[in-house]
Design a protein around this ligand. Structure first.
Ligand SMILES: Nc1ncnc2c1ncn2[C@@H]1O[C@H](COP(=O)(O)OP(=O)(O)OP(=O)(O)O)[C@@H](O)[C@H]1O
Ligand SMILES: [Mg+2]
Length: 227
């Protein structure tokens, strides 16, 4: 078992390869992230941060290069293998929360557990527990549209964490929130990181968030240009 939870080797991504308007978004990324690290990915708009995170999280596939998570090369996976791997290993938090509004807070958090085959009653129990931990014990049956932005993001973070994924990724996870609420969300991330030694990778434009991480990795034009 290796100490590196994520290893990227010579990762390239070309959108629309072979077409006149193809975009070479990643140009040979090499990166290792250790288990338990909290890492920020920073860089100018369009430099490839979201592309890289999506590939690390199995939401997109690289044009070439390899992505190893926990010693497994996921770039060789087919769709079904990828879906199962993502379900069991990755927690993903988006800037715009991506909650389902026809489900209440509790049901949103239950989705990944039910997808893993957990019983409805056990999934209910765990979702309730984690929502209580993040201070939403009195908002379990509220639809996302009836919650504030910060509350919605706490639901989204709970949904990402409830399965205890080995790797947690956030793409501008506090991007849409005011500074006080962002602090709450960052406190949650730091607590998860220190209490459970879980690995976090956060894409951010915020120096303030970067400074709270163990490492900042800078991208530019699809390459790592510094730490
Ligand atoms: N689906 C797509 N099809 C074609 N080009 C894309 C696609 N997604 C992203 N790109 C291009 O790839 C490059 C990297 O985009 P990416 O979204 O990874 O940047 P980013 O660093 O996350 O930027 P931001 O900080 O603005 O979110 C950009 O030039 C973008 O226009
Ligand atoms: Mg982005």
């Amino acid at each position: 078992m290796t100490d590196d939870i994520l290893i990227l080797e010579d990762l390239h991504k070309i959108y629309g390869e072979g077409t006149p308007n193809s975009v070479h978004a990643l140009r040979g990324i090499n990166l290792k992230i250790k288990r338990g690290e909290m890492v920020a990915i920073m860089g100018p708009s369009g430099c490839g941060k979201t592309t890289m995170l999506n590939i690390c999280g199995g939401l997109d596939i690289p044009t070439s290069g390899s992505v190893k998570i926990n010693g497994v090369d996921i770039s060789t996976y087919n769709d079904t293998q990828m879906t199962n791997f993502r379900r069991d290993n990755i927690g993903y938090v988006f800037q715009l929360f991506n909650l389902f509004d026809y489900m209440n807070a509790q049901e949103n958090v239950m989705i990944p557990l039910l997808a893993q085959g957990m019983s409805y009653s056990e999934a209910t129990r765990r979702a309730t527990m984690i929502l209580r931990e993040v201070g939403l014990g009195d908002r379990l049956y509220q639809a996302p549209s009836e919650l504030s932005g910060g509350q919605q993001q706490r639901v989204a973070v709970s949904r990402a964490l409830v399965t205890h994924p080995v790797l947690i990724m956030g793409d501008e996870p506090t991007g849409d929130l005011d500074s006080i609420t962002s602090e709450d969300i960052m406190d949650m991330f730091r607590r998860i990181n220190t209490d459970n030694n879980q690995t976090l990778i956060l894409v951010t434009h915020s120096k303030w968030i970067g400074d709270q991480c163990d490492r900042i990795i800078y991208l530019r034009d699809g390459r790592v240009v510094g730490e």
